[in-house]
Design a protein around this ligand. Structure first.
Ligand SMILES: Nc1nc2c(ncn2[C@@H]2O[C@H](COP(=O)(O)OP(=O)(O)OP(=O)(O)O)[C@@H](O)[C@H]2O)c(=O)[nH]1
Ligand SMILES: [Mg+2]
Length: 390
């Protein structure tokens, strides 16, 4: 599958840059392209200069809102991010049109952090414009949810997130939710290592995007998971996960029909799928998924249809209502990898939490405003007989 990736704001831009890196890796190691164009859009010129893999020209690193922000961002006011996106959307749409191999693109992926200003405000607006202009291709969003400490210390964090995801949900074909806090849980030192987190966020996309682009027979599975399968799976709220089991050399000494080898393979496969499910990009209940997919990637000799079926049965138990698509991807690396996507989730606790907390926030803001106005009125009343110099 080939994507055009557009990163909005600092978080979005850096993750788009990471996708550009993924494409370089696919080109160097697998001789294929998985990203037809990578763009970063920001109101902050310094953030754009810090990127490493996205082409450095103004058509790939796109500065918007120059007059309004003088190149310094919108300071977490996502309404302003949205307004600027509305004014400058054509700049972005025109740049996409210049993508060299645009005709090969299967879908768009727009990326942003929900809690900021530029990315949070502009992602729904840009999604709308891209959809209007390129109606025949699906447009997906990847939205990064804030760390817990941000939710606790900055009032606007939750409100921005709620407004961003609600708006994105009304325009995007699917929203892949990624919770920053999940990566800290895994390894606390990551809290201050955003680039490491970004690498972990994009990693599950590598095999997923590559599998359908293989041209060499020895890397083409019995059941190829291609762009069509992914597009059929991606609808509404979505999460993604990735797990890996190291293969011991032991397996090689048995013939492929040996019962011990088969049970080892199954065990390793289930172990990788368990990891993928416990490391999903956002905590959710798999039973709420309406669609799911899994991709098994391992050396050809370690894979067989039984293993794929057993993984399918296992996932079906956890997602009884989901239509499940799958694929196998023969790659030699001494590991067995499983990528899982759960989509069309009909309930996401975190989304509900943002919505209900924001409703309270809006109420509190209104109350505070009313209080402030009445205090101001008291001061004005007290000074009404004082002469003014103006
Ligand atoms: N995973 C990840 N999250 C990031 C990164 N940079 C920022 N964030 C998160 O994104 C949110 C802030 O959004 P930013 O992208 O910094 O904001 P912006 O879109 O540039 O908007 P303004 O700076 O307000 O104009 C916070 O929740 C951050 O934790 C990053 O590189 N990776
Ligand atoms: Mg910024």
């Amino acid at each position: 599958m080939k994507l055009v990736v557009i990163g909005l704001g600092q978080c979005g831009g850096r993750i788009a840059d990471e996708f550009a890196r993924l494409n370089k890796r696919a080109r160097a190691h697998r001789g294929m392209e998985i990203i037809t164009g990578a763009f970063a859009v920001n109101t902050d010129a310094a953030d754009l200069s810090g990127l490493q893999n996205i082409k450095a020209d103004y058509q790939h690193r796109i500065l918007i809102g120059g007059r309004k922000t003088s190149g310094h961002g919108v300071g977490k006011i996502n309404e302003l991010g949205a307004e600027i996106a509305r004014e400058d959307a054509d700049k972005v749409v025109d740049a996409i049109r210049s993508t060299k191999r645009f005709f090969e693109t299967d879908a768009f992926l727009l990326v942003a952090g929900a809690a900021g200003g530029t990315g949070s405000g502009s992602i729904p607006i840009m999604t709308q414009h891209v959809k209007e202009r390129y109606g025949d291709k699906p447009v997906y969003n990847l939205v990064v949810l804030p760390f817990q400490h941000e939710e606790e210390t900055e009032e606007r964090t939750i409100y921005n997130s709620a407004v961003c995801i609600k708006s994105a949900d009304s325009v995007a074909d699917a929203i892949i939710l990624v919770d920053n806090q999940r990566y800290v849980r895994k390894d606390f030192s990551l809290k201050n290592n955003l680039s490491k987190i970004n690498a972990l966020i994009v990693e599950p996309f590598y095999d997923l995007l590559c599998a359908g682009e293989e041209k060499k027979a020895r890397h083409i599975g019995a059941k190829v998971l291609d762009a069509g399968d992914i597009i059929q799976t991606l609808v509404g709220w979505t999460v993604i996960g990735y797990g890996s089991s190291r293969l011991s050399r032991l397996g090689v000494s048995f013939g492929s029909r040996h019962f011990r080898k088969k049970s080892t393979e199954t065990h390793k496969g289930i172990q990788a799928m368990d990891e993928a499910l416990s490391e999903l990009s956002l905590k959710c209940n798999p039973a709420d998924a309406g669609r799911a997919l899994y991709l098994l990637s391992a050396p050809a000799k370690e894979m067989n249809m039984d293993l794929i079926k057993e993984l399918g049965d296992y996932l079906k138990e956890l997602t009884p209502d989901a239509i499940i698509r799958n694929g196998d991807y023969p790659r030699e690396r001494g590991v067995m990898d499983v990528t899982v996507m759960l989509s069309e989730l009909n309930d996401v606790a975190k989304v509900r939490h943002y919505y209900s907390e924001s409703a309270r926030f809006i109420h509190e803001v209104k109350q505070k405003q009313a209080q402030a106005e009445s205090k101001l009125k008291t001061v004005e009343d007290a000074g009404k007989d004082i002469p003014s110099l103006l």
